[in-house]
Design a protein around this ligand. Structure first.
Ligand code: AMP
Length: 435
């Protein structure tokens, strides 16, 4: 345990009072902490399980400061906190994850530049500051493309698809002149995401990647394990480790990825617990919410080990009425967010049906975990290219069988070797790097 563990009974302030804040607050309570919520809107699902709710806007700096000073440590579940509010908060109490990560993820152009600066693959992209930039941007990305507002997009909002260059001006007009980017269309076979955590001591732990299915732009299900080869799981872990290390990140992050024949392409990062990580509540001893609280308060991280396969399903809008009926099914875990108004497209809850193939159940589940035994500088690792096969010489080699399992070897630019172990002993299937 690290020496700067936040003392028992301390108060964690969470900015944002939605369902993510609610589940963070419940995890914090399990570790002996109390939570206060800051939320502009009038019914905060997180407020039902917190010590107090401050209902004020992010531009109410007096309220924000008083809130911060009533807490011992600050975090957030909402990433669109304005810069001025972040600057104010930073000067009050320890704040994790730090502002830099938020600012990268708040702007799609900054985010793409950052990911590319790490040598990671993204869709081809170009900035659109005004209508006259559209043609040039599409010349760079090709068509089809997707126009996305640089800021404040979520669940597919603030986006317009362009199938032919002739549609581009009308598509941009739909974004109401907001600064945007054009993204080339990625032909992916699957969408996956990886939930990763980095502690205050720099150690990294990741959960198994999940496979995501969207309906109408909103996440519908996350299936774990994702139907991808083991080598791509390892790529996802390494890639996400590189991102959190480069940002000196503390907390849980969701990284959304496209699976393509050329390897993994990063879609976006979310500097917070993520909807596609809800399966961990039923699949892991330490779920993503507790993992975040552990990371920011200085506890050792959970190792990410999965003890069951899970298909998380969101209950959107009227789906919530099915909850009671689903509760009658063995092995289904129900989570309702306490929202009063049922609206189409509104996330009301989720269910985590296990497949009954836990460690003690029938059938073969290979529990996986990915964690580093100590802090490792992933920035040094050369991950310029992510290939399924063949593997480029001198970058990342395929699994190699050895008496204690198989190994992936990762090299940095100076050709120093970082072994990444993959161990099948005692039924475990686990990876860790830099031993
Ligand atoms: P986003 O808000 O960026 O996560 O985009 C929402 C959804 O649109 C993603 O989950 C993908 O299904 C799809 N999408 C976004 N960007 C691209 C892209 N460059 N190529 C293909 N599909 C995309």
């Amino acid at each position: 345990m690290t020496h700067d563990l936040l003392p028992n009974s301390s108060v964690i302030g969470i900015l944002g009072g939605g369902q993510l804040g609610r589940m963070l607050a419940m995890a914090a309570a399990r570790l002996g902490y109390k939570v206060r919520i800051f939320e502009p809107s009038d019914h905060a699902p997180a407020g039902d399980v917190a010590l107090s709710v401050t209902q004020a806007g992010y531009d109410d700096h007096a309220a924000l400061k008083a809130f911060a000073l009533s807490c011992d440590l600050l975090t957030f579940e909402f990433e669109n906190i304005p810069s001025a509010a972040l600057a104010l908060l930073e000067g009050t109490r320890p704040f994790f994850p730090a502002r830099a990560a938020l600012e990268v993820s708040q702007d799609r152009l900054v985010e793409k530049d950052f990911l590319n600066s790490l040598g990671l693959k993204t869709a081809p992209y170009a900035a659109i500051d005004a209508a006259e930039d559209v043609a040039q941007a599409l010349a760079k990305t090709g068509c089809p493309a997707i126009l996305k507002t640089r800021r404040f997009g979520y669940d597919g909002k603030g986006q317009a698809r362009v199938m032919a260059a002739s549609e581009a001006d009308a598509a941009y007009a739909n974004l109401n002149g907001a600064p945007a980017i054009a993204e080339g269309f990625i032909e992916f076979s699957r969408e996956i995401s990886i939930i990763i955590a980095r502690g205050r001591d720099g150690r990294v732990a990741a959960f198994d990647p999940g496979e995501n299915h969207h309906v109408g732009g909103i996440l519908s299900t996350t299936t774990v394990p994702a139907n991808i080869p083991a080598i791509l799981r390892a790529d996802a872990v390494l890639l996400a480790s590189k991102i959190v290390t480069a940002l000196d990140y503390v907390g849980v992050m969701g990284v959304e990825l496209f699976v393509t024949p050329q390897g993994l392409v990063v879609n976006e990062i979310a500097p917070r617990v993520h909807n596609s990580g809800h399966w961990t509540q039923a699949g892991c001893a330490v779920d993503q919410f507790e993992q975040h609280i552990r990371a920011i308060t200085g506890w050792p991280l959970g190792n990410g080990q999965r003890h069951a396969n899970v298909v998380m399903e969101n209950l959107i809008g009227a789906d919530v009425a099915r909850a009671a009926e689903m509760a009658d099914t063995a092995g289904v875990q129900i989570h309702l967010y306490g929202k009063v108004d049922v609206r189409p497209g509104r996330k009301m809850g989720h269910i985590n049906p296990g497949d009954g193939r836990g460690l003690n159940g029938a059938g073969a589940v290979l529990p996986r975990f990915y964690c580093t035994p100590r802090a490792l500088d992933y920035n040094a690792i050369n991950l310029h290219r992510f290939h399924s096969a063949p593997w480029p010489r001198g970058h990342v080699s395929p699994f190699r069988r050895s008496s204690c399992g198989s190994q992936i070897e990762v090299f940095d630019a100076q050709k120093n070797r970082y072994p990444l172990h993959h161990d099948h002993r005692r039924g475990a299937d686990r990876h860790w790097a830099g031993v």
